[in-house]
Design a protein around this ligand. Sequence first.
Ligand code: NOJ
Length: 579
Amino acid sequence: MRTFCCAGVLFLVCLTTIAFCDKQWWQKAVIYQIYPRSFKDSNGDGIGDLNGITQGLQHVKDAGIETIWLSPIYKSPMYDFGYDISNFKEIQPEYGTMQDFDNLMTESKRLGIRVVLDFVPNHGSNESDWFDLSANRTRGYENYFIWADGKPDPNNPNKVLPPSNWLSAFRGSGWEYNAIRKQFYFHQFAIAQPDLNYRDPLLVEEMKNVLRFWLDKGVAGFRVDAIPHLFEIDPKDFGGKYPDEPRANFIDKVPEEFDYLDHIYTQNQEPTYDMVYQWRDLLDSYEKKDGMPRVMLTEAYTPVKLTMRYYGNATHNGSHLPFNFEFLRGITKDSDARDIKFIIDKWMTYMPLGRTANWVNGNHDNNRMASRHGIERADIMNMLALVLPGVALTYQGEELAMTDGELTWEETKDPAACNTNDPINYYKSSRDPARTPFHWDDSANAGFTTGNFTWLPLAKNYKELNLKVQIAAPKSHYKFYKDIVALKKEKVLVEGDLESKALTNDVLALMRYLPNEKTVVAIANLSPKDSTISLDSFRVLPSTMKVYASSLNSKFEKGSTVQTSNLTLSPYDAIVLST
Ligand code: NOJ
């Protein structure tokens, strides 16, 4: 009996050790999001492209990053800048050719960079073969999209009304009439983005083949778009009808706005989770073949408990990394140390044991991090994402603290803003400010293109705020970022425990600790004033530590030794100490 117990304990210890020691690449990665249209233009047409990305890979490598995620590169009429896909297995011609993609893969491999692609399962394009075939009721394609008869218009016998009150995320009815099929199709996003029908087994298999196609080309995984929208209710359960959605509690919304309704029939439907598990099985089957784990990241702006469901359950694995949008939603310019600790604790509390955390500071759908928080807090936000356990997501330009571009109504291209038809308030809905081209240097057009036009105007501060300047400067946002990316590879940040404290209302400290390893403490002063603090409440810390990295506005010298019981931080200081 005793032997049996000991063996059991040993087995458990081993299991725990394996779980913590053998972290897979995706559990400790920094994932750098590239928005292809705006990263680098290699042919002078003012639009970023695949060869531009290949040219820019050295920057990714130099920053110490080993994984990139590309926003969609597939054939698209570009109503939603690539998220309206007309052929899921072809490259958008203005981005290059399949050969350019293959070259990008070869060069990434040479540099040791993994490529994750965007997978947009919810919708296709109304300018695609699939859509035409379905509109014409061609055998096999009839049910690829969500088609429904209109309702008779009581005021006009020659007219039909949309099947239900369902809305598009980009404003107005989510239904669009198609004269060929003489039915409405449902689109949760733009009219150009008809929803695909996951109740059709042929479509389900077709989309799995899309995944297989790119996996066979060697990609390391997928970021899955707009996952909560995947399924709508099954009309069979509602007498063959699409029921109206009830009003939401947002009293400030007008009827055209998406948030006017509570999306009980069009979001977070139960079968969504199973589809994610099926895709996970597909990814895992590739790992079984060659031993290389593939990763799935899922995009869901949902309440935290629903987001956690994507990780999987006791019987199924799901998304490796359901995006953690709590930084985006919960931290503002005014957040103090307590607020931020609370947001960190929230994710760590709800995340199922044994899963991997992730920290998202921005993406192409939100104002840039340095604009949301103020550029003075940018180093703090980068430091938090990189020092916290798990995966850090960096949207291109965050490493430089790039700020939003400013666009006039005439320059605005994003359908979310254009559909407001409001030349005064459009900017509140616009995602263009975060999508202006990357600042490579201070030359004309920021080194983004050799031509004299850029598809979106450059942010005005590119002459002072660009990669070249930040590489040359003795201290910069980029250098601070890069230092911490390097540290993130060390055992203590990969495997260590986390202890976070609001030392005062203004000062947040994160300790990462692992027995027999160096200890790391990241400290952020969120105040515009100096703050003097002591780290004595972290009882395991020694009386002196070394400054491993110090932010642009910090007075601490890298490599210097500090007394942990008495530290005076400059306004918005961010420092990383190590034993
Ligand atoms: C989320 C993407 O990030 C966004 O850019 C796009 O407009 C919608 N999904 C629709 O695909």
